[in-house]
Design a protein around this ligand. Structure first.
Ligand code: NAP
Length: 332
């Protein structure tokens, strides 16, 4: 057990605009429809034992109640609440006036917490799709992004922060045009942006925009989500862990290519939130960011790997008349 422990004090830290500190790497809790809530909760417990302090939750993952039991145990075992950094997200069917507050209350109850460290709007659309929807699923009630609708939700997020139920608020799956609209009307700026980030999808412009505005980038699918659900796979997708440059650097460091993706992410300045139920893998994911950093030339080489390869396209959120998924990302 002891050689599996990574001192959380050694893990790089990020500072949010509120002054709060957040670990520079965390653990995701979405099991890609492959693992039960019990398995994911057990993984969270193991991860806390081995030194993880940041956990990325969401109501839509359907496991917050089980994870909450584990948070209770973790805190009883002697890890203080202030040492943990816990995030969650309001799902698309709970946007709008009263529902954000209800959703937050439910998540706090499920997670057995008095407050969350960071609370996100999971997607900028209210559009609903059922669990496990096929890639061609279409909801005729779906609508394009509307800043008026988004602000109804965001102002509720601001209320939650002012009331102390959440310490920081953030956005997820946004674009520069949408962020610019939000910034015109918000009274509290987003503290973080949870977005897809991996070597084959670096979102350089959006990343730089966020950093410039003091919005911390949190990177999901940091390893390229090799076991993501079938609905999120297409023939054109690249595999980060098979990219020749990543494989070559992995050989030089004598580690799995997944760890090169994570070292790169942390050194670049985003906060990756990888997921695995495999203890050996999640321990190595945390350990790799406190030892044997990448050289500047390696970081530069990885910059050249970018393929603009978005994996989570969000096509199930499309509305009537939309051209294709690129419209969700203001690219069409
Ligand atoms: N905000 C959003 O809209 C959003 C969207 C997607 C995801 N997320 C968050 O991001 C988290 C991570 O995303 P993700 O799980 O899809 O992608 P990921 O972390 O890039 O990939 C996870 C996969 O990588 C493999 N893996 C992990 N560590 C490894 C290692 N050391 N060596 C080899 N393989 C390794 C795992 O394989 P095994 O399973 O075989 O161990 C797992 O299947 C989610 O859990 C969720 O919290 C947020």
């Amino acid at each position: 057990m002891n050689n599996e422990f990574i001192n959380p004090g050694m893990v790089p830290q990020r500072i949010l605009r509120s002054g709060d500190k957040m670990p520079g790497i965390g653990m995701g809790t979405f099991g890609s429809d492959r693992f039960s809530a019990e398995e994911i909760a057990a993984t969270v417990k193991g991860a806390a034992e081995t030194g993880y302090r940041l956990f990325d939750c969401a109501s839509v993952y359907g496991n917050e109640n089980m994870i909450g039991e584990v948070f209770g145990e973790i805190i009883q075992s002697g890890i203080k609440r202030e040492e943990l950094f816990i995030t969650s997200k309001v799902w698309n069917d709970m946007h709008g006036k009263g529902d954000v507050l209800l959703s937050c209350a439910k998540t706090l109850k499920d997670l057995r917490l008095d407050y969350m460290d960071l609370y996100f709007v999971h997607w900028p659309f209210r559009n609903f799709h059922p669990k496990g929807a096929a890639p061609d699923y279409h909801n005729s009630d779906a609508r394009p992004f509307s800043i008026e609708k988004y602000m109804e939700t965001w102002y509720q997020m601001e209320r939650l922060q002012k009331a102390g139920y959440v310490k920081n608020i953030g956005v997820s799956n946004m674009t520069i045009p949408k962020l610019k609209e939000l910034m015109k009307y918000c009274t509290i700026m987003p503290a973080a942006h949870e977005m897809e980030l991996h070597p084959c999808f670096q979102q350089q412009e959006l990343f730089a925009f966020c950093v410039d505005k003091g919005i911390l980038p949190i990177g999901y699918c940091p390893i390229g989500s090799p076991n993501r659900p079938e609905r999120d796979k297409t023939a054109e997708d690249y595999s980060d862990t098979e990219e020749p440059v990543i494989v070559e650097i992995a050989k030089a460091h004598n580690v799995h290519p997944a760890l090169i993706c994570l070292k790169w992410a942390v050194q670049r300045g985003q906060t990756p939130i990888p997921f695995s139920v495999d203890r050996k893998k999640y321990v190595s994911n945390l350990r790799c960011v406190v030892e044997d950093p990448l050289a500047e030339e390696e970081m530069k080489k990885i910059e050249g790997v970018d393929k603009n390869c978005r994996l989570i396209k969000g096509q199930v959120f499309l509305w009537d008349g939309a051209k294709d998924w690129t419209e969700l990302w203001d690219e069409a």
